[in-house]
Write a protein that binds this ligand. Structure first.
Ligand code: NAP
Length: 269
């Protein structure tokens, strides 16, 4: 079975070592207000535990969650019990999802409450990477809200290992990398506009996570050459990419994605 165990790489200068594929967990916690091409049912605990076990077996050690992903954090705490040191956990602050609607709060006080709740839900004393969950106003959030300085404080307090921005703009991604450890950007076959952030990450040795690597599944609707392979060839060809976070609740998709990522990284181009 192809695995990613020997392909772990540094997340910028954070000291964290992560697999080139991470597991996105929106679908473990939330089925409202999502933009996937097909409907789905949130997996039960047995199925979710099997999926996480398979991910670990295949060499994935990076997992991405957020308070805005419904019950994702709350479920991951018990599901990952006893395995804390096997995972690099990414979570976020700033977005809340309640009664089917997103609401944003980038105040330092909210960030602190949110972090304490994430630690409680995830049953841990540290989050490895905490990202600002942007609503798109990246520059205003970073410059005016005080949230980024608060994340830097959390890092000094030892509550998080690293921080950054999950943003939507090039300017935001660049500023986030200048003053932080990592940016999470959209980069896929249909959306390459944030590429300058990847270039900056490569030039300055920063962490860079790709979200929506498969365009939230829309890349997989076409026929012809394997869209996963085409997507990963694009993404992993860029030296700035640390890891692509792919959301799946299908074990066959997970195994296929790992196999294709391993092949792409072992024989690039
Ligand atoms: N603002 C933010 O911070 C933000 C925004 C978006 C996403 N994210 C993070 O990034 C993660 C990934 O983003 P995403 O879920 O929007 O998009 P994605 O990873 O591009 O796509 C996920 C979709 O692709 C499908 N898929 C995965 N592998 C497949 C395969 N081999 N063949 C066919 N379909 C496949 C999945 O369905 P199956 O379950 O059926 O495999 C799922 O519906 C999220 O879970 C989240 O952790 C963060």
């Amino acid at each position: 079975m192809k695995s990613l165990h020997d392909l772990h790489r540094p997340l910028g200068a954070t000291g964290l070592q992560v697999s080139p594929l991470g597991l996105g967990t929106v679908k473990l916690g939330r089925d409202q207000g999502v933009k996937y091409p097909q409907g789905f049912s949130i997996p039960d605990d047995f199925t979710a535990r099997q999926l996480l076990g398979l991910a670990r077996e295949l060499g994935i050690n990076l997992i991405d969650t957020a308070p805005a992903y419904g019950r994702s954090e709350e479920r991951l705490g018990p599901l990952l019990r006893g395995q804390r040191d096997d995972w690099v956990i990414v979570s976020k602050v700033g977005e809340e999802f309640e009664l089917g609607e997103s609401r944003f709060d980038f105040s330092p006080a909210h960030a602190r409450r949110s972090l304490e709740r994430s630690l409680r839900h995830l049953e841990t004393d540290r989050i490895d990477l905490l990202l600002v969950h942007s609503n798109g106003d990246d520059l205003a959030i970073l410059r005016d809200s005080g949230v980024y300085e608060t994340l830097a404080e959390f890092k000094r307090e030892g509550k998080i290992r690293a921080f950054g921005l999950s943003g939507k703009t090039v300017e935001g991604g660049l500023l986030a990398l200048e003053h932080g450890d990592c940016a999470m950007v959209t980069y896929n076959l249909a959306a390459r506009g944030e590429r300058p952030v990847l270039d900056y990450a490569a030039a300055h040795g920063k962490g860079l996570l790709v979200k929506k690597a498969l365009a939230s599944g829309h890349a997989c609707l076409g026929t012809g050459i394997d869209p996963v392979r085409a997507s990963f060839e694009l993404i992993f060809a860029h030296p700035g990419v640390t890891s692509a976070i792919v959301g799946t609740i299908d074990p066959l998709h997970l195994a296929h994605n790992v196999a294709v990522a391993a092949e792409t990284l072992r024989s690039p181009g």
